[in-house]
Design a protein around this ligand. Structure first.
Ligand code: NAD
Ligand code: APR
Length: 248
């Protein structure tokens, strides 16, 4: 049973602008591994080998294999009740709702979310390291793959932001956070920056901050409110509460 961990739920009945940061924990119940849980991806792979530009330079074949494998796992997963609840919130909430996801899977889109930023990129897309164009991906990327734009061979990489690289759409993300009055963090350990610092920015502008996570994250002290439990339980319940309060 999910339990309310701390803090006072904000008395606000209606928010003007909600920013929702999501992480791997949101997709866990859809069958995708997280990164830092006991059976996480970084328990099996050294992130320096497969999720850094240096690793790609050293051994592109290994990196392409790693992401081709993960893309196959992503191909047959379905959004869970938490993804669907977030899509419902965007469709029905009177205020603005923006999802900023660290996830590279397509589950938010499949659930119907439209206002969405993939700050770490998308595993179902390829990026050309030569001409920087991005392309929908239908099969594995190999060293023989040809960029559909510039026609070069062996220059395609997964369209995924690696450690040490700049995330996508940071200006849009910061503008949204600095204009929000509710910041919700779901399914993220709060260990990777700059995403882990977003809650600080939200507090700075007086937003109400809520963590919905299986267990307290590294950033828990910066959340005014927190409800801990599986996302498929705590997220739909929280969305229902937000919608009910907005209708009252
Ligand atoms: P960071 O400082 O934001 O956090 C990750 C750091 O924590 C790593 O640099 C590493 O020092 C440590 N770390 C994380 N997982 C680890 C593990 N399993 N074992 C040992 N150490 C581990 O990372 P950064 O290097 O400063 O890079 C930040 C940039 O990279 C940001 O732009 C972020 O969005 C991006 N990023 C992307 C991915 C990805 O896989 N898409 C992963 C992490 C960071
Ligand atoms: N429901 C809710 N939360 C869950 C669930 C669940 N069913 N299962 C796990 N969690 C929580 C864990 O408690 C943990 O706090 O999700 C979080 C997952 O944390 P990480 O594995 O660190 O994933 P994330 O925070 O998304 O990682 C951030 O690091 O390696 C990079 O690019 C990668 O985007 C990723 C970034």
């Amino acid at each position: 049973m999910p339990h309310k961990s701390r803090g006072q739920a904000s008395s606000m009945s209606r928010y003007n602008s909600i920013v929702i940061l999501t992480g791997a924990g949101l997709s866990a119940e859809s069958g995708l591994h997280t990164f830092r849980d006991k059976d996480g991806i970084w328990a099996k792979y050294d992130y320096r080998e497969v999720a850094t530009p240096e690793g790609y330079k050293r051994n592109p074949k290994l990196v392409l294999q790693f992401y081709n494998e993960r893309r196959k796992q992503n191909a047959d997963v379905q959004p869970n009740a938490a993804h669907l609840a977030l899509a419902r919130l965007e469709a029905e909430y009177p205020g603005g709702v923006l999802i900023v996801t660290q996830n590279i899977d397509p589950l938010h889109e499949m659930a119907g979310s439209k206002k969405l930023v993939h700050m770490h990129g998308e595993i179902m897309k390829a990026l050309c390291a030569a001409c920087a164009t991005r392309h929908a991906l239908h099969d594995d990327i190999t060293l023989k793959s040809v960029c559909p734009s510039c026609g070069r061979t062996g220059v395609l990489r997964p369209d995924v932001v690696w450690f040490g690289e700049l995330p996508y759409e940071m200006e849009r993300i910061y503008r949204a956070i600095l204009g929000c009055d509710l910041f919700i963090s779901i399914g993220t350990s709060g260990t990777v920056y700059p995403a882990a610092g977003f809650v600080e920015e939200a507090l700075r502008v007086g937003a109400h901050t809520v963590e919905l996570n299986l267990e307290p994250s590294h950033g828990i002290s910066r959340f005014i409110d927190a409800i801990h439990g599986p996302a498929t339980e705590v997220v739909p319940a929280y969305v229902e509460r937000l919608l009910k309060r907005a209708r009252s």
